[in-house]
Design a protein around this ligand. Structure first.
Ligand code: PLP
Ligand code: COI
Length: 356
């Protein structure tokens, strides 16, 4: 791969004055990373350029058929002023997994981790340091052939944009209310549920809007065939504390293999918890709620970190969890994970990637 060309902006944007007021994904930094793909040339022309609208042919296939994959990871500023990322190689691995499903050509993962680190170094001043804030990194790939046939494109554009962010949910670590969706489905086995492709999220919006209108933050998706087994929440994987067991749905092809999920499983096993990746039905949860064994639930995700679930609504059944407070395990995991991410706790598993 050629060296990355860097073209700097002449006029920097003002940086956020109050880090505590940062919302999720509303502000963008001064520069972005771009790289092109053409069938006969492969990936080429990597460059860091001023953040700006991109020009595209209105017939570009991504606009019509959604050949579009994306990732989400974060950079953190530590107390000592270092800048680190969390397991970026896992995101690049998953980008290629998604790409394979959507017929997008593979990208050199090591090169991309380095390119993202270069971009973050250029934008160093945008990495916030307050508790709960970070620089969200959004790599994505769009197909750019101008062609109305349904066929994989021969040209692509890879873009990385950066956004200084606060908590994904308005209430920060406060427990979220989740609506169990038993009508619409997000994904089925054999489909694209295990990928981060735009279409998965487009298909989730109708349900999300209806849940929000009823005061819920997100929906919990059930399996697409029987509408019986738990899959995941809109932007996070999900864990349940059932008696002395911590359960998360097994990856079955329709659930996203979350990197936070994997990190949480590693931590829980290391701490000696009884952890299961298996099928878990809503009936089992409702039964556990009735008999008192279902005590706590939380979501995991890059944007959401560890997000305690205060309420699950499934039809007429309302399950209120952890007395509406942050559950003990959710708090313990949040402290450990965000501690590792900010280099305040030991990085026992080699998850931290040093940028500066
Ligand atoms: N599930 C969905 C549908 C997501 O969009 C995300 C966010 O990326 C996750 C789960 C959590 O994945 P990760 O922990 O890798 O961010
Ligand atoms: C993430 O957690 O990085 C996500 O991609 C979730 C969401 C904002 C779609």
């Amino acid at each position: 791969m050629e060296a990355i060309r860097i073209e700097r902006v002449s006029q920097l944007k003002p940086k956020p004055e109050d880090e505590g007021a940062l919302q999720f994904g509303k502000r963008f930094t001064d520069h972005m990373f771009l790289m092109d793909y053409k069938g006969d040339k492969g990936w080429h022309n990597p460059r860091i350029v001023p953040y700006a609208p991109i020009e595209m042919d209105p017939a570009a296939t991504c606009l019509h058929y959604g050949q579009l994959i994306f990732e989400g990871l974060k950079a953190y500023r530590t107390k000592e002023g270092k800048i680190v990322m969390f397991r970026p190689e896992k995101n690049m691995e998953r980008l290629n997994l998604s790409g394979d499903r959507l017929c997008i050509p593979p990208i050199d993962e090591e090169f991309m981790v380095g390119a993202i680190a270069d971009l973050v170094r250029v934008e160093e001043g945008w990495v916030p340091g307050s508790e709960g804030t970070s620089l969200y990194i959004r790599p994505f790939v769009i197909s750019t052939d101008a062609f109305l046939g349904v066929h994989p494109s021969d040209s692509y554009l890879l873009i990385v944009i950066l956004s200084p962010v606060g908590p994904y949910y308005k209430g920060g670590l406060s427990p979220v209310r989740i609506y169990v969706e038993d009508n619409y489905v997000r994904a089925v086995r054999g489909g694209t549920g295990f990928t981060k492709c735009a279409g998965n999220y487009a298909a989730s919006l109708r349900s999300q809007v209806e849940a929000e209108a009823q005061g819920y933050s997100q929906v919990l998706w059930l399996d697409g065939v029987e509408h019986k087994y738990v899959e995941e929440v809109g932007a996070m994987n999900v864990f349940f504390v059932l008696g002395d067991e911590v359960v998360t749905p097994a990856l079955n092809g329709s659930i996203l293999g979350g990197i936070t999920r994997d990190s949480v499983l590693t931590l829980l096993r290391d701490w000696g918890y009884k952890v299961s990746e298996r099928k878990v039905s809503m009936e089992e949860l409702a039964e556990g709620y009735k008999n008192g064994s279902f005590k706590e639930a939380f979501g995991t995700g890059t944007a959401a970190v560890i997000s305690p679930i205060g309420e699950l609504k499934w039809g007429d059944v309302e399950m209120k969890l952890s007395d509406g407070k942050i559950g003990d395990l959710s708090q313990k995991l949040y402290d450990e994970l965000s501690g590792i991410q900010r280099c305040e706790r030991e990085d026992r598993f080699g998850w931290v990637y040093s940028v500066i």
